[in-house]
Design a protein around this ligand. Structure first.
Ligand SMILES: [Zn+2]
Length: 317
C-alpha cells in the first residue's frame, strides 16, 4: 500500500495491537491444498532480496525485479497482450521530498477465457516499493513482493485450468508514488474499460499476525460481488473478512484508494482489493522475507485463488 504518515502508521499499529485481544478463531477450517508452494515462497524471497534494492520506480533494482517477473511469465507461457508485454508511462508522482516525474513500466500478461473471452478480469499487484533511504534498503517482502507472487500463482493455475473470462495480469510500477501505474493503465487501457468486468488487486498477502484476516475491500461499492465470496471457507491460517470500504471507515482505515484499485474505482470499473492489515514492519526496512508468515501467505494465496475462481464463474451470468 502507499505510504502513510508516521503518525498514522503508529496509530494503525497501536490499534492493531490493541485489537489482539478480540481475535476471533471460530471460522471453519479446511486443510490447505496439497500442492507445492515452493515457487510461491521463492518469488517473494527473490523479489525482496537486497539485490533488488527495494524495487523503486526507475531504479536499477526496479528494473531487475521487472526482468524477473517477465521471465516468470514467459516461463509459465503467459502471452503478452497485443499491445505488448511492457506498458511504459511518464507521470508526476510524489516523494518524501515533494513532486517528481517518474518513468515507470507496467508488465502485462493475457490468458484467453473460455466462456466470455471478450470480457476481462484484470488481476493486479504492484511490484515497485520505496527503494533505499538513508542507506537502508526497504525490501518490501509483504508490500508487495507477496502480492506479485500471489498473482503469479494464479497465473500458474490458469495455465493448467483456463478461466471463463479473459484475464489480463498487470504487475504495476509506481504504486508507492501515487498509484501511478494503475492511473496510466486506466487512462490508456489495452482493452476498453467497458469490457473489464472486474479489477482484482492484491497488495500485502503474507502477514496477518494481528487478526488472521485477508481483507476484501470493495463489496460496499460493488455489493453484488459479496455473495460470490462469502461461501469461501477459511483455508488454514486465514479467513476472508469484508470491509475497510464504508463511509464509517475513515482515514487509514479506508482502503478504497489505498492501492491500485483506486484508479479503477474512480473510472467506474468494478473492483476488489485483497490484502492484510498494517503491521509493525509496514514501510520499514524490516519488511523482510524472514518476517513473513509462510502459513498465512500460503493460506491467503489459496483464498485469493478461490476468490478468483468464484468471481470468474459467477460474473456475466
Ligand atoms: Zn503496497
Amino acid at each position: 500500500m502507499i505510504r502513510l504518515s508516521r503518525a498514522l502508521i503508529l496509530t494503525a499499529v497501536a490499534l492493531t495491537l490493541a485489537s489482539c485481544e478480540t481475535v476471533e478463531n471460530a471460522a471453519p477450517q479446511t486443510p490447505v491444498a496439497a500442492v507445492s508452494h515452493d515457487q510461491l515462497l521463492a518469488d517473494v524471497r527473490i523479489l525482496s532480496a537486497d539485490d533488488m534494492e527495494g524495487r523503486d520506480t526507475g531504479a536499477a533494482g526496479g528494473e531487475r525485479a521487472r526482468a524477473y517477473i517477465v521471465s516468470r511469465l514467459e516461463a509459465l507461457g503467459i502471452a503478452a497482450p497485443p499491445v505488448g508485454r511492457l506498458q511504459p508511462w511518464t507521470l508526476e508522482g510524489r516523494t518524501r521530498q515533494g513532486p517528481k516525474t517518474y518513468n515507470g513500466i507496467n508488465i502485462l500478461g493475457l490468458v484467453e477465457g473460455t466462456r466470455v473471452p471478450d470480457r476481462y478480469i484484470v488481476v493486479t499487484a504492484h511490484y515497485d516499493h520505496v527503494g533505499i533511504s538513508e542507506g537502508q534498503i526497504y525490501n518490501g517482502a509483504d508490500d508487495n513482493a507477496s502480492g506479485v507472487a500471489t498473482m503469479l500463482e494464479i497465473a500458474t493455475r490458469l495455465k493448467a485450468a483456463p478461466p471463463e473470462h479473459s484475464v489480463i495480469f498487470v504487475a504495476f510500477d509506481g504504486e508507492e508514488h501515487g498509484l501511478l501505474g494503475a492511473k496510466h493503465f486506466v487512462q490508456a487501457p489495452p482493452v476498453p474499460l467497458s469490457s473489464i468486468a472486474l479489477n482484482l488487486n492484491f497488495d500485502m498477502t503474507a502477514r496477518a499476525e494481528t487478526d488472521g484476516k485477508l481483507w476484501v475491500t470493495g463489496t460496499y461499492q460493488n455489493p453484488t460481488l459479496r455473495p460470490m465470496l462469502e461461501p469461501i471457507p477459511a483455508n488454514g491460517a486465514v479467513s476472508l473478512a469484508f470491509g475497510k470500504d464504508t463511509p464509517q471507515d475513515t482515514g487509514e482505515n479506508n482502503w478504497v484508494e489505498a492501492s491500485d484499485q483506486g484508479p479503477f474505482f474512480r473510472a467506474g470499473v468494478p473492483f476488489l482489493y485483497l490484502g492484510v492489515d498494517y503491521h509493525p514492519d509496514y514501510h520499514r526496512p524490516s519488511d523482510d522475507f524472514e518476517r513473513i508468515t509462510p502459513a498465512v501467505f500460503i493460506s491467503a494465496t489459496e483464498l485469493a485463488a478461490s476468490a478468483f475462481r468464484s468471481l470468474d464463474r459467477s460474473l456475466d451470468r
